[in-house]
Design a protein around this ligand. Structure first.
Ligand code: ADP
Ligand code: MG
Length: 211
């Protein structure tokens, strides 16, 4: 079994599921240069084989200008040193605004790859509000999956927010099945969150486990 880090996982998935633009580096000047190209805000993530849940470690931070980036880049490295965790690099990632979903794949002994989709946050953690299908799936299947969710209204026009672009979710979920057909050694894949708005949907955090 091999767990890929966030940047390796995103690289494996990116031809099938769109991911935010990102660069992983240990050099603050490179990080700052890339952030300027993207435009602020950007998200900084400390990547380490020892850190599975980045938020719990305090390893995810939205920064709004170069000064904030430099400051937080430094404190990430400092924290890693103090807590003695090895640093793969710091990821500078495009900031995406939208509704957070979870998408994923699990390889089942009987059914093979199965996809899941659900709403992020409390919907998945507390309500276990997710929907499953066996791969491959068609557009209609994905729309049905979304329709099964208890929280489905959050995908529609809600409190002044525009409806999300469901086509982007359809593309991502059908893409996940194609990705797994091409890479049958994928045992598990989690996208948490997949952030979708009225235009685009991007996999902001991808975690792949190979057999
Ligand atoms: P982890 O799950 O390891 O704690 P994530 O990469 O999922 O780390 O980041 C934690 C949270 O930060 C996400 O659930 C999301 O709310 C927010 N986030 C992460 N990446 C982005 C991004 N590119 N744009 C906007 N928000 C983000
Ligand atoms: Mg996550």
């Amino acid at each position: 079994m091999r767990v890929l880090n966030a940047s390796q996982s995103a690289r494996l998935a990116q031809n099938f599921v769109p991911v935010p633009k990102s660069k992983t580096t240990k050099k603050v000047s490179e990080a700052a240069g890339f952030a300027k190209k993207l435009g602020f805000p950007v998200v900084l993530k400390l990547l380490s084989p020892k850190i599975v849940h980045k938020t719990e470690f305090g390893a995810v931070k939205v920064v709004h200008d170069e000064h904030e980036l430099v400051e937080n880049f430094g404190s990430f490295l400092e924290k890693a040193r103090k807590k003695r965790v090895p640093v793969t690099g710091i990821m500078v990632q495009e900031f995406v605004k939208g509704t957070e979903l979870i998408l994923g794949v699990k390889k089942d002994e009987t059914f093979g790859h199965c996809v899941l989709a659900g709403l992020g946050g409390v919907f998945v953690e507390v309500l276990k509000d997710v929907s499953f299908r066996v791969c491959p799936v068609k557009e209609r299947d994905v729309l049905e999956m979304l329709d099964e969710l208890k929280g489905k209204k959050l995908l529609e026009r809600f409190r002044g927010k525009k409806p999300v672009n469901k086509k982007e979710i359809v593309k991502a979920v059908t893409g996940l099945c194609r990705l797994c057909k091409k890479n049958p050694e994928i045992k598990e894949l989690d996208i948490n969150p997949f952030i979708v708005n009225d235009k685009k949907g991007l996999a902001a955090d991808v975690r792949v486990v190979l057999e």
